[in-house]
Design a protein around this ligand. Structure first.
Ligand code: NDP
Length: 460
């Protein structure tokens, strides 16, 4: 029998769940298909469990730093299996909460893979049934991409497996220089593993402001993370006491685990998209317009599967905007400009807006304000660490174009500065804001001296 719905959502992650609930609230009959676990990457094997592991890893510093504040802490012991079991319990609770929210919103959940048969029909693999839908939304996300076929690739884990390792690896090599590689490098380093990061480019975090890249690299190295740039993993061989990894340049390193965090590819394979006429881009991403509509008018797509800005809050916004536009009669499109973001390394990175280099490419005059200082907590603890902050300002209008922070709570700070930058606050607005003392954030409203001013001469 063929069921009929107004909206069929493929994928029960952040974007799909939001779109389903809001559409149902507008009176649409909605069905969601999820082949794995409700909650998607963010909740099940991404942002949420990652942050729990980050919290776990930060206790190492807290125990050490306590001494300078008068505490005597007995030799701490860490139990990886207990952490993973506790994390799994929390993820199961969140999955149940997501499912309950969908139930409450009267969205029908089917635990099955779904494929597209034609622009208004999907097939459920679990039962073979077909469902007719006025609108189909694809929110299938992305999955780790391990790169070229090299010898021993079967020994490589991705972030998916890192969340479920039986034991904490004593030595781990992580290939990649982006968000996931550096966050996991920090996690394993904090929990006591020996960590080597192997990155193909000149310096980690390509695309971020150059000062942020240099400062973070220096801080990670001070913590004992080994960062090898301009290298590639060329092969892996299982040996008696671990994995023998061959790097370009004939370097050899033996570790207990090898993880690749070399980017993620959109989950579009085998969904029946090409047959239905949905246009894909070079990475297999679904091409959409500003309203998340694909080349087939009845099919939409949101989140990482569209490879726009691959962040959970963006997928949620896109899902919500889709529901408002298609079922709520309130057309909305999502702005992908000026999205604040954080990298949960130790120290954290928080960024909103343009880097110095990007601003110089677009604006005639760019003023730079920056500072680097020892965080107050490090005075008594004696920890060797520095915080970095930078404001990129349009020298002609005084508007703050970008803010870059490397230091404790950078993620929390950048969320709020994101509002000011979005509201087009000027450097004078920052300066006129009274400082909160003593905080690290007060440095952002007390940077008086210009560190640099770049002026581009008008073309002849
Ligand atoms: P990123 O794009 O951040 O990093 C991928 C890294 O792998 C880059 O350093 C890249 O190098 C390198 N790389 C790519 N292909 C190869 C290859 N074939 N061989 C060797 N190295 C390679 O992706 P991630 O996997 O870290 O994360 C995926 C996305 O998930 C992020 O872009 C982000 O949007 C999101 N995310 C966000 C988080 C957050 O908000 N805190 C946390 C985790 C993920 P190069 O720079 O030279 O291209």
């Amino acid at each position: 029998m063929t069921e009929e719905v107004d909206l069929f959502v493929i994928g029960g992650g952040s974007g799909g769940v939001r779109a389903a609930r809001i559409s149902s609230g507008y009176g649409a009959r909605v069905m969601v298909a999820e082949e794995y676990r409700v909650g998607g990457t963010c909740v099940i094997r991404g942002c949420v469990p990652k942050k729990l592991l980050v919290y776990a890893s930060r206790y190492a510093d807290e125990f050490e730093d306590a001494a300078g504040y008068g505490w005597t802490v007995p030799e701490p012991a860490f139990d990886w299996s207990k952490l993973i079991a506790n994390k799994d319990r929390e993820i199961a609770r969140l999955e149940a909460a997501y499912t309950a929210n969908l139930d409450r919103a009267k969205v029908k959940i089917v635990k099955s893979r779904a494929t597209i048969v034609d622009p208004h029909t999907v097939r459920l693999s679990a039962t073979g049934e077909t469902v007719r839908a006025k609108t189909i939304l694809i929110a299938t996300g992305a999955a780790p991409h391990l790169g070229a076929e090299i010898a021993g690739l079967e020994h490589v884990i991705s972030s998916n497996e890192a969340f479920h390792l039986k034991d904490l690896p004593r030595r781990i090599l992580i290939q990649g220089g982006g968000y996931i590689a550096l966050e996991f490098a920090t996690i394993f380093n904090g929990l006591g593993s020996e960590v080597t990061v192997v990155y193909r480019g000149e310096n980690i975090l390509r695309g971020f402001d150059d000062d942020v890249r240099t400062h973070l690299r220096n801080e990670l190295e001070k913590r004992g993370i080994k960062i090898l740039c301009k290298r590639l993993v060329e092969g892996i061989e299982k040996v008696e006491h671990g994995l023998d990894v061959e790097l370009s340049g004939h370097e050899q390193i033996v570790v207990d685990a090898v993880m690749f965090a070399t980017g993620r590819h959109p989950n579009t394979k085998g969904l029946g998209l090409e047959a239905a006429g949905v246009k894909l881009g070079p990475k297999g991403e679904i091409m959409v317009d500003a309203n998340s509509r694909t080349s087939v008018p009845s099919i939409y797509a949101v989140g990482d599967v569209t490879d726009r800005v691959n962040l959970t809050p963006v997928a949620i916004r896109e899902g919500h905007a889709f529901a408002d536009s298609v079922f709520g009669n309130k057309p909305v499109s999502v702005s992908h400009a000026g999205v604040p973001t954080a990298v949960f390394t130790e120290p954290e990175v928080g960024v909103v807006g343009l880097s110095e280099a990007d601003a110089c490419r677009t604006f005639r005059r760019v003023d730079i304000y920056k500072t680097s200082f020892r965080p107050m907590k490090a005075t008594l603890s004696g920890r060797d660490t520095r915080t970095f902050m930078k404001l990129v300002v349009d020298g002609d209008t005084d508007r703050v174009l970008g803010c870059h922070i490397v230091g404790p709570d950078a993620g929390e700070m950048i969320q709020l500065i994101g509002i000011a930058v979005r509201m087009k606050a000027t450097k004078a607005d920052f300066d006129a804001t009274m400082a909160v003392h003593p905080t690290a954030a007060e440095e952002l409203v007390t940077m008086r001296e210009r560190a640099a001013s770049h002026v581009r001469e008008a073309a002849e």
